[in-house]
Design a protein around this ligand. Structure first.
Ligand SMILES: *Cc1c(COP(=O)(O)O)cnc(C)c1O
Length: 429
């Protein structure tokens, strides 16, 4: 089905009618109305930063507040306490390619990264080097810098091309008998470059190192096969392509065979063997729950139920196929319209080598991004140093939305509408 869309994109003449035809042929088009479109004229290309609100979410959360909290009170915990595992198992089965009992919801991606990296380093006490991609997402770099400083380890930063992603040969050269852990993003946050997870895991295993994957820009956008690809550890967000809402709890994955050998550094009561025995000393539970910490935020967890219903119904393979086609349309129109205006694609050209978002480079990207949001009804991201990041989400972005957004972009730049804005950056870009 969606494969049929791809050659059509390749032969695209660039007309609006063609984009409308792609929507008419899109088997996932019906999902759009399952999301709230409070401003029907807004072209939202930021699903990779904060996914849209599913229609079912508000009532689901209200019910948890009124019934679960209001009526059930503390009795509701008998059920709520299972949610991390239950939702983790759904993510494992439908999004992450992992087994039951290998994925849990907990904390933020940042905190989970710290917990799992710490545990992994403890497993390899004689190895003194941590390896990271120089262009990894900031929080990943900062957390690993902090760990290296606390433990007196060497942090080896592998230089990577910010448009093409990490070069596997460079990565291989950075691993040696002293490497304990490699921290990497599966889909690069800026360029969208997609790493070869199986190849990297093999490379690390041969060096005797563990790999901790950050799947924040992958989950719900590209198929992830943690078990099949031999992954040890992973973390990621649920508020991007999974549409779990701002600050929804993150997920963590630990391969079954590793679980009992790892101890996480935050010894909270949710990781305790007999939690309500309230014994004197910490004894981690045997299962993955040893990576939990404290009381889960139920009001932020609740939106994941309707959100995962939608992702499961669509299926990640179909979301990927459509996401790839949306990206191809954006890349094709960029070539045709925006390159002559000074833009350049700052993502891998091969759609199989990138996730669902793509990035365009322009010396005035910041002011263009602002003008798009303020006067042209297009929301996308600015990313340093001079890039516009476009994140269509296959669950609710139409082909015509991509067409219209790039059409508005070309008109804006041709008119110079951005040039009256100041150069100063905002607090949040
Ligand atoms: C969005 C993102 C995060 C965010 O982490 P939080 O702890 O939720 O703020 C982390 N890593 C990557 C790669 C991301 O894209």
């Amino acid at each position: 089905m969606t494969d049929g869309l791809l050659p059509a994109v390749g032969r695209f003449e660039g007309t609006r009618e063609e984009a409308l035809r792609l929507d008419a042929d899109d088997p996932l088009a019906y999902l759009r109305e399952r999301f709230v479109h409070a401003d029907p004229d807004l072209l939202y290309l930021d699903g990779n930063s904060l996914g849209r609100l599913p229609v079912a979410t508000a009532d689901f959360v209200a019910d948890l507040v009124r019934e679960g909290w209001g009526r059930g009170l503390i009795r509701s915990w008998a059920d709520w306490i299972e949610w991390s595992r239950r939702l983790g198992d759904r993510l494992a089965a439908h999004v992450l390619g992992a087994g039951p009992g290998e994925v849990a919801l907990s904390d933020s991606t940042t905190v989970n990264l710290y917990k799992l990296a710490s545990a992994a380093l403890d497993l390899k006490p004689h190895r003194r080097t941590l390896v990271i991609d120089a262009d990894d997402f900031p929080t990943d770099r900062y957390v690993t810098q902090g760990l290296a400083r606390q433990r007196g380890l060497t942090l080896r930063t592998v230089a990577s091309d910010i448009d093409r992603g990490l070069d596997p040969d460079r990565l291989r050269a950075a691993l040696d008998g002293d490497t304990a852990l490699l921290v990497l993003s599966h889909v690069a946050y800026r360029s969208g470059a997609l790493a070869d997870m199986a190849a990297v895991n093999t490379m690390a295993r041969e060096a005797g190192a563990l790999v901790l994957w950050d799947l924040s820009h992958s989950a719900g956008a590209v198929p992830v096969r943690l078990a099949e690809d031999g992954a040890d550890l992973a973390v990621g967000c649920t508020y991007k392509y999974l549409n779990g809402g701002p600050g929804a709890p993150a997920f963590l994955y630990v391969r079954e065979a590793l679980q009992r050998r790892l101890r996480q550094p935050i010894q909270g009561w949710f990781g305790q063997r007999d939690q309500f025995g309230m014994g004197p000393d910490f004894e981690p539970v045997e299962s993955l729950d040893r990576f939990l910490t404290g009381t889960p935020p139920m009001l932020s967890t609740a939106p994941l139920v309707p959100a995962l219903d939608l992702v499961e119904e669509a299926g990640v393979d179909r979301l990927r196929a459509k996401g790839r086609a949306l990206g191809q349309l954006a890349a094709g129109l960029t070539d045709r319209w925006l390159v002559p205006l000074g833009f350049r694609l700052a993502s891998p050209e091969d759609p199989d080598r990138r996730g669902s978002h793509l990035t365009l480079r322009h010396p005035d990207a910041w002011r263009i991004c602002r003008a798009l949001a303020e006067d042209f009804g297009v929301v996308c991201d600015y990313r340093e140093p001079d890039r516009l990041r476009i994140g269509p989400s296959a669950a609710y972005t139409r082909f015509i939305d991509v067409w219209d957004a790039l059409d508005r972009t070309r008109r804006l730049v041709a008119e110079g509408a951005h040039t009256r804005l100041p150069h100063e950056k905002a607090r949040i870009t």
